[in-house]
Design a protein around this ligand. Structure first.
Ligand code: SF4
Ligand code: SF4
Length: 383
């Protein structure tokens, strides 16, 4: 049976056109977006064709392509007409979720259900949200503390990623910072929900977190995840509420400049840094992670072929971290090969999603040759 491509739901097409905005009309089919997409390395992903179909209202909402975009932003950076391609991709998903005009991948559906029920993607109990900090003497945030630490759901609940939170807490304690956590009072920032098209759930999480931050009275918040950072900075009413948000690498670079980050040990490693899309391209933070890494005694910082604004996504953005990553479609493997090719012993990361993706995608053979370390872990080791 031939599938219906001309979408019968006028409302659905209108939502996509509206969210794509005026800029979508400017697309003149140059195809630079398709060429810029990291999926090119592994499979065909017809970005230009999707933009054209969105212009014409001829989208196939049942196609797998609806869910492939990792929202890395490389195409947007290259587009000569200023088309906000990620907004168009998000609009397609929002249309599918809101109007049921196409299938939502099962794993993503479960994740969104968990988020709606418990405020975290795994559906874990909220009272376990601070368990990652057990034995570290990390206190609940109180009004007198200098800063609030927001670890991200992945750091809080995933056993292999919680080492990012532990290292961050250790560093904060060693520099004498007074900080605390909200534990069960915080919820997911909601970035995945928004990118997966569940706008209603995203708005609910914004409201819950904004109220919790306001109630805490915190004026500075340090976060581990670039996804939380980007979302708080750009999609929450944080600035209006007078809350300063810093990614952990920005905070560490600040300490370094003030002479407050002191090292006592060498970490003799060749370290390549992977720029996370939401810290680099989306937030413009390229220098601070490198500043911190190069200050660690013994570290030899080497650059990957696709670095800074040309970085390749780990494959986890845009909600893809919650979907199955098929063999042969693992961008993390491409990135790890690049790191091994430049002679790195360590791939330095600055994002819990990146850590989850690399750990989940790389074979033991690669992991035996390439250590995955968050920047805070390398800092903690050298202190
Ligand atoms: S790069 Fe921009 S103008 Fe060119 S095809 Fe893609 S969206 Fe259209
Ligand atoms: S945002 Fe990234 S993954 Fe999505 S279409 Fe653009 S280049 Fe491809």
């Amino acid at each position: 049976m031939v599938r219906q491509i001309i979408n019968p739901y006028k409302e659905a097409v209108d939502i996509v056109k509206e969210m794509g905005g005026e800029a979508l009309r400017l697309c003149y089919q140059c195809g630079l977006c398709t060429g810029a997409c990291p999926w090119n390395v592994l499979k065909s992903f017809p970005v230009r064709k999707l933009m054209h179909e969105a212009q014409l209202g001829l989208l196939d909402f049942e196609a797998e392509d609806m869910w492939a975009c990792v929202t890395c932003g490389n195409c947007v950076q290259q587009c000569p007409r200023g088309v906000e391609i990620i907004d168009v991709m998000r609009a397609m998903r929002r249309t599918i979720v809101a109007l049921g005009v196409g299938p939502v991948p099962d794993s993503l559906r479960v994740t969104m259900k968990n988020l709606a029920g418990t405020g975290n993607p795994w559906g874990e109990p909220t009272e376990k949200r601070a368990d990652w900090a057990q034995g570290l003497n990390v206190k609940p945030f109180s009004n007198g503390a200098q800063m609030l630490y927001f670890p991200c759901c992945t750091t809080a609940y995933d056993a292999s990623v919680s080492r990012i939170g532990k290292a961050t807490a250790t560093v904060l304690q060693k520099v004498g910072a007074s900080f605390g956590i909200l534990g069960s009072k915080e919820a997911c920032c909601g970035e995945s929900a928004r990118k997966a098209g569940d706008e209603e759930l995203f708005q609910r999480l914004v409201q819950e977190n904004t109220a919790a931050f306001a109630e805490s009275g915190a004026s500075t918040m340090v976060v581990s995840s670039p996804h939380c950072y980007y979302t708080f900075m750009n999609e929450y009413p944080i600035a209006q509420n007078g809350l300063q948000v810093l990614h952990s690498t920005q905070y560490l670079a600040g300490l370094l400049r003030e002479g407050k980050l002191k090292f006592s040990k060498e970490v003799k490693k060749r370290v390549a840094y992977h720029d996370p899309c939401y810290l680099g391209r989306h937030s413009g933070v390229y220098d601070e992670p490198r500043e911190v890494l190069s200050s660690i005694p013994g570290v030899e910082l080497i650059e990957l072929p696709n670095n800074r604004e040309n970085s390749i996504c780990c494959g986890g953005g845009g909600g893809n971290v919650w979907m199955e990553t098929k063999p042969g479609e693992r961008l993390a493997e491409v990135r790890a090969e690049q790191a091994l090719d430049v002679g790195a012993d360590v791939l330095a990361l600055a994002c819990p999603y990146c850590m989850l993706m690399f750990e989940g995608c790389l074979t033991q053979d690669v992991l035996d040759r390439l250590e995955l370390r968050d920047i805070t872990e390398l800092v903690a080791e050298a202190m």
